[in-house]
Design a protein around this ligand. Structure first.
Ligand code: HEM
Length: 406
């Protein structure tokens, strides 16, 4: 067994995250690590040396094993950036809690995101997509696909579900952007989360007073805050997680996924014709893995993983972005194949923290891609790939803007 002792806590460890060579692929160095030393130490921004786990089976093993804690306040937790740690300390969120505390909050939301509940939203999502595409068709070209379509769609949908007025989108999108930028200062990040929580607390308080259960904040307020089960602030922090997770991820999948599909006219044509849509969505989720900075955990006990001894208190970065390219699991892993089956990717994570909003994200993407491509059959990107600003420093990868014509 490799105890990881020799030369593993020093200068030889590669820095994580690494630099991408191609905007659609994880850094080449990750593939080399996966092939040669699939569990090894890396160096993070703060000089810490967590374990990087790169194989699909090992990533799933980490995420399914509750001896690995998601609590980012546990010593040894591999922090993504100074501001993200500070913000989570400030406003605790169940994505960074362990069971039973995590399950206590998650349970309150499970029925809101069930397959059945999300299926019932299809007409509303389709109507929202059509409305945005109608408005986009009227705009002078080139149009920024991010601002015209990719960002407003999931924002409108999650606002409708939560009961957050979309008219306030400039306010919450700006703060959400600060929260997912690894370069944000601690002050800006804490201020952004405080302002969002205060705003959401106001909406929860309104529902407590009115007793309205028409939306998710209302149901949290009436069924859980009024009864004293949770505080108003805790309900607001659940709202914050849903608001941020609910639009940043899907928005980036829409824009980046469209950009990748447009590189391959044959597969784009299939999606435009409404064929292989579900397969295309899974394949784009797998290839792009927009939560590209690894799932972060810390061992609470000594654990043996893939022949490596991970000691209590040591950090682990379970790198889904490269696990989703594991040649042991995916044939020709770097190829886009909208008909790939099976496609057991980990783009939504795995284990108890597996994405709560995955059915919603799937349905939004399954409606958005074919509708966009069918409405604008001549859709093309109006700038060379080299000039596109990719979101390398953001917790959620994607494009900052995408000028398109048709
Ligand atoms: C958790 C990805 C959309 C809400 C996660 C996790 C991943 C992920 C990888 C696991 C985090 C971890 O293990 O540390 C994505 C992707 C999306 C997406 C790729 C879109 C394409 C959404 C949407 C919502 C949402 C639309 C809600 C409206 C959540 C929540 C959690 C979560 C609440 C925390 C679950 C828990 O800790 O129990 N997501 N997500 N996500 N996601 Fe998503």
């Amino acid at each position: 067994m490799d105890t990881g002792a020799a030369g593993t806590t020093g200068a030889g460890d590669p820095h994580y995250p690494m630099v991408r060579q191609c905007p659609f692929d994880p850094p080449q160095e990750l593939a080399t690590i996966q092939a040669q030393e699939p569990i090894r130490r890396v160096t993070l921004w703060d000089g810490s040396h967590p374990w990087l786990v790169t194989r699909h089976a090992d990533v799933r093993a980490v995420l399914a094993d509750q001896r690995f804690s998601a609590d980012n306040l546990t010593p040894g937790y591999p922090a993504t950036s100074p501001s993200i740690t500070a913000r989570r300390k400030n406003v605790p969120s169940f994505i960074a809690m362990d069971d039973p505390q995590h399950a206590f909050f998650r349970k309150m939301l499970i029925s809101e995101f069930s397959v059945k509940a999300i299926r019932a939203l299809r007409p509303m999502i389709t109507e929202t997509v059509d409305g945005l595409l109608d408005a986009m068709a009227e705009q002078e070209q080139p149009v920024d696909l991010v601002q015209a379509f990719a960002l407003p769609l999931p924002s409108l949908v999650i606002c409708r579900m939560l009961g957050v007025p979309y008219a306030d989108h400039a306010f919450f999108q700006a703060r959400s952007h600060t929260l997912v930028d690894t370069r944000s200062s601690v002050e800006d990040s804490v201020a952004a989360s405080n302002e969002l929580v205060e705003y959401l607390e106001g909406l929860v308080a309104e529902r407590e007073a009115s007793g309205s259960e028409d939306d998710m904040l209302g149901r949290l307020a009436v069924r859980h805050v009024r009864t004293g089960e949770i505080t108003r602030e805790q309900a607001a922090s659940m709202g914050l997680l849903l608001l941020v997770a609910g639009h940043e991820t899907t928005a980036n999948m829409i824009a980046l996924g469209t950009l990748l599909l447009l590189q391959d006219p044959e597969q784009a044509a299939k999606v435009r014709a409404g064929e292989s849509v579900e397969g295309a969505v899974e394949e784009l989720l797998r290839l792009l893995t927009v939560t590209h900075l690894g799932r972060r955990r810390v061992a609470t006990e000594d654990v043996e993983l893939g022949g490596v001894a991970i000691r209590a208190g040591e950090g682990v970065v379970a790198a889904g972005e490269i696990a989703n390219r594991d040649p042991e699991v995916f044939t020709d892993p770097d190829a886009l194949d909208v008909d790939r089956t099976p496609n057991h990717h980990v783009a939504f994570g795995h284990g108890v923290h597996q994405c709560l909003g995955q059915q919603l994200a799937r349905v939004e993407l399954q409606i958005a891609y074919p509708a966009l491509l069918a409405r604008f059959p001549g859709l093309r990107v109006d700038t060379p790939l080299d000039d596109i600003a990719f979101r390398d420093a953001m917790v959620v990868y994607g494009v900052h803007a995408l000028p398109v014509t048709w």
